[in-house]
Design a protein around this ligand. Structure first.
Ligand SMILES: *[C@@H]1O[C@H](CO)[C@@H](O)[C@H](O)[C@H]1NC(C)=O
Ligand SMILES: *[C@@H]1O[C@H](CO)[C@@H](O)[C@H](O)[C@H]1NC(C)=O
Length: 278
């Protein structure tokens, strides 16, 4: 360990401790109290603020001429900006440069985490709903709060909602969407059926789906790979996916369209897509 690495390591460990504490505190909305109670360890709250800067991400979107702000949580992978989220965000920005196909469209991000792609869609003038499980929603809300001025300047609309896949009552209350975004959302074999039924029920004939996943899915014998395979296998009854030609990234990115053959009865049906053996 070199001399410069040493303090970094110690700082990183301290960050982890603080973030874990902040995380707990946030649940009971005592964030500020906890920040000041760390004084003994970190002298003062100002210093703590400086330490926490390490987890701030300021992402420039060149074509949109904006900078977006996020606060990552280093101990929760789904509260970080993933490569897959970056790819969708940049893809939206780039592909809308000539012909903005997001403007005025209803956009839904599922399993949004910090909501980077959804926020970019709102900055492109989309009418966006970013969703995640209840325990992630506070982080998602913080991302929106950090960027709301930029979004509103561009006249986009965005809202955060709790959506657990397969929650019939919630899904029934939501409108069908023009664009559905999924980044690093496919991770668990057990949630795939609910995810697909949620997508089917929130899409219409012309809904476009963008899905991106890190290349870890290539790992042999990985459960994640199984989930990914299952997702494509079972969703192929409803959606037709084709790879998006996005180079230089360690991700698999696909665009999905609703199969014209899937009939309306299926789409409005309350039941989830059937299991298929393979
Ligand atoms: C980018 O935005 C800044 C203000 O945020 C503005 O001053 C500048 O003129 C903009 N640049 C372009 C090329 O629109
Ligand atoms: C945006 O979507 C929300 C919820 O789906 C809806 O209430 C609102 O009217 C929409 N806004 C526009 C401008 O269409």
């Amino acid at each position: 360990m070199t001399q410069t690495e040493m303090p970094r390591t110690i700082l990183t460990l301290l960050f982890l401790v603080i973030t874990a504490r902040l995380d707990e505190a946030q649940k009971s909305h005592e964030c500020e109290n906890v920040a000041t109670s760390q004084e003994g360890l970190f002298d003062n709250p100002e210093r703590l603020k400086i330490l926490l800067k390490v987890f701030e991400k300021h992402i420039e979107m060149e074509k949109l001429n904006i900078t977006l702000h996020f606060l990552e949580n280093p101990i929760r992978p789904n509260v970080q900006i993933s490569e897959a989220a970056r790819i969708i965000a940049y893809y939206l920005e780039e592909s809308c440069e000539e012909n903005n196909w997001v403007h005025g469209k209803k956009v839904l991000e599922l399993g949004a985490g910090l909501g980077f792609p959804g926020i970019v869609a709102a900055c492109l003038g989309g009418n966006v709903t970013v969703t995640d499980r209840p325990q992630i929603v506070p982080y998602l809300q913080r991302s929106i709060d950090l960027n709301i001025e930029t979004i509103q300047k561009i006249s986009g609309e965005i809202r955060v909602e709790v959506l657990s896949w397969g929650d019939d009552e919630k899904i029934r209350s939501m409108p069908r969407q023009d664009i559905i975004l999924l980044s690093e959302a496919i991770y668990d074999d057990l949630t795939i059926d609910d995810l697909i039924s949620t997508m089917v029920r929130l899409s219409h004939d012309d809904t476009k789906i963008i899905v991106s996943e890190g290349d870890w899915i290539e790992m042999e014998e990985s459960e994640l790979k199984e989930a990914w395979t299952k997702f494509f296998h079972e969703s192929s009854e409803y959606f037709e996916f084709s790879p998006l030609p996005i180079g230089n990234y360690d991700c698999f990115t696909f665009e999905g369209k609703v199969r014209k053959t899937s009939n309306t009865e299926e789409k409005t049906s309350e039941s989830s897509p059937g299991h298929t053996e393979f």
